[in-house]
Design a binder for this molecule. Structure first.
Ligand code: NAD
Ligand code: MG
Length: 380
């Protein structure tokens, strides 16, 4: 179990819930970071007394420095500041709860500094799976998944031989638009897309759930975490979000992890592994749920899922490209500049347009593929 963490992206949905877990179990906090939300960051800093905080936006960082001038908490700014927080001495685990590929460099910094990782930031593995895995291996640090599906798989793998694993079965709620036709998706609004049936999360992942890009990113994430190819990962629609994922072994025995949909369970397991401690999360009452349903996903309507699977099969820089295209398209959709169906269109087009793929590549190649793809979509 970890005793001291740094929380990257502490003001977001996962960040705040991580601090709930830290508060409950007396886990110390060495560093906190945010993009711009300094009022909340100041409140968190006063409660948890970290050594340092970092804010991406330099003007916000200046304001926070003044606000915290009565404390001895150091305030850093910009990307360098966030990296400083990722390396913060004293922390044994870095919780990465930053959204988007912006989390990749802080992940690598934390690993280079010898920290274990509790990873919520799935884009880190989607875009940088190879580079991150190599860094983790060479430093000998541990990687604990926070994403609920991957935590479920990780839990189902405990105590079983890895070589007996036949299949990973990721469950998906299907999002707010489950069952709709493409035509019915044409005019959906940002407000419609933000109404997730079971989870309350940050804006970007909520839109990703509506397009099912989220499940596509999770298939790629699972492939890196558990060493399974595309064919070894099934996706099942499960509207109730009670079964968080499953694994099937060679003997066709299936093991599942269940619980009420609350991210504090997977966050806590990543921080207390291999211990199991009390949790503020409600007990699961299956008699109240009554029925658990499962169905195949609609790959034709929710194209992002199929595109991500294709990117995973193609390998190389393609996963980084689809991720970048999605980040750019989602930001345009949030700003009201494109329609909902233009998100999958942009992601699909990025995959066909990209002609710089390599099997062997560096971090710089990943960042370059990300930059090129983003620029194409934002300037189209
Ligand atoms: P969020 O938008 O609520 O929070 C993001 C955090 O990152 C905030 O603290 C923000 O200040 C910070 N941030 C934003 N942009 C940044 C940048 N460019 N550089 C540095 N910091 C930045 O997001 P979230 O819903 O908490 O999701 C965080 C990550 O966890 C995502 O990768 C998401 O896919 C993953 N995840 C979230 C959930 C969930 O329930 N929210 C579940 C599974 C996985
Ligand atoms: Mg998930």
């Amino acid at each position: 179990m970890t005793g001291n963490i740094t929380v990257l992206g502490s003001t977001g949905s996962i960040g705040v819930q991580t601090l709930d877990v830290a508060r409950m179990h007396g886990i110390k906090v060495s560093a906190l970071t945010a993009n711009r939300s300094i009022d909340l960051l100041e409140k968190q800093a006063r409660e948890f007394c970290p050594k340092m905080v970092a804010v991406l936006d330099p003007d916000c960082a200046k304001k926070l420095k003044i606000a915290l001038s009565d404390t001895d908490i150091a305030v850093y700014s910009g990307e360098e500041g966030i990296k400083e927080a990722a390396r913060c001495p004293g922390a044994d685990t870095a919780v990465n709860a930053i959204v988007g590929v912006a989390g990749l460099m802080p992940t690598l910094e934390a690993v280079a500094a010898g920290k274990d990782l509790a990873l919520a930031n799935k884009e880190t593995l989607v875009a940088g799976g190879k580079v991150v895995s190599r860094a983790i291996e060479s430093k000998g640090v541990k990687l604990y998944p926070v994403d609920s599906e991957h935590s479920a798989v990780f839990q189902c793998l405990q105590g079983n031989p890895k070589k007996a694993l036949k299949k990973v079965i990721l469950t998906a709620s299907g999002g707010p638009f489950y069952g709709r036709t493409k035509e019915q998706l044409r005019d959906v609004t940002l407000k419609d897309a933000l109404k997730h049936p079971n989870w309350s999360m940050g804006q970007k992942i909520t839109i990703d759930s509506a397009t099912m890009m989220n499940k596509g990113l999770e298939v790629i994430e699972a492939s890196w975490l558990f060493g399974v190819p595309d064919e070894g990962i099934d996706v099942l629609i499960h509207r109730e979000s009670i079964v968080h994922s499953m694994v099937q072994y060679m003997d066709n025995s299936v093991i599942a992890q269940l619980g009420v949909p609350d991210m504090r369970i997977p966050i806590q397991y990543a921080l207390t592994y291999p211990e199991r401690l009390e949790s503020p999360v409600k007990e699961l009452d299956l008699s109240e749920i009554a029925a658990l349903t499962f169905a195949k996903p609609d790959y034709e309507t929710f194209e992002c899922l199929a595109i991500c699977r294709k990117a995973l099969r193609l390998g190389g820089l393609y996963p980084a490209v689809v991720n970048a295209a999605n980040e750019a398209a989602v930001s345009l959709f949030i700003q009201g500049k494109i329609g909902f169906l233009q998100i999958p269109e942009a992601v699909g087009r990025a995959l066909t347009d990209f002609d710089g793929n390599k099997d062997e590549f560096t971090l710089e190649d990943i960042l370059e593929a990300d930059r090129i793809t983003r620029a194409r979509i934002l300037t189209a």
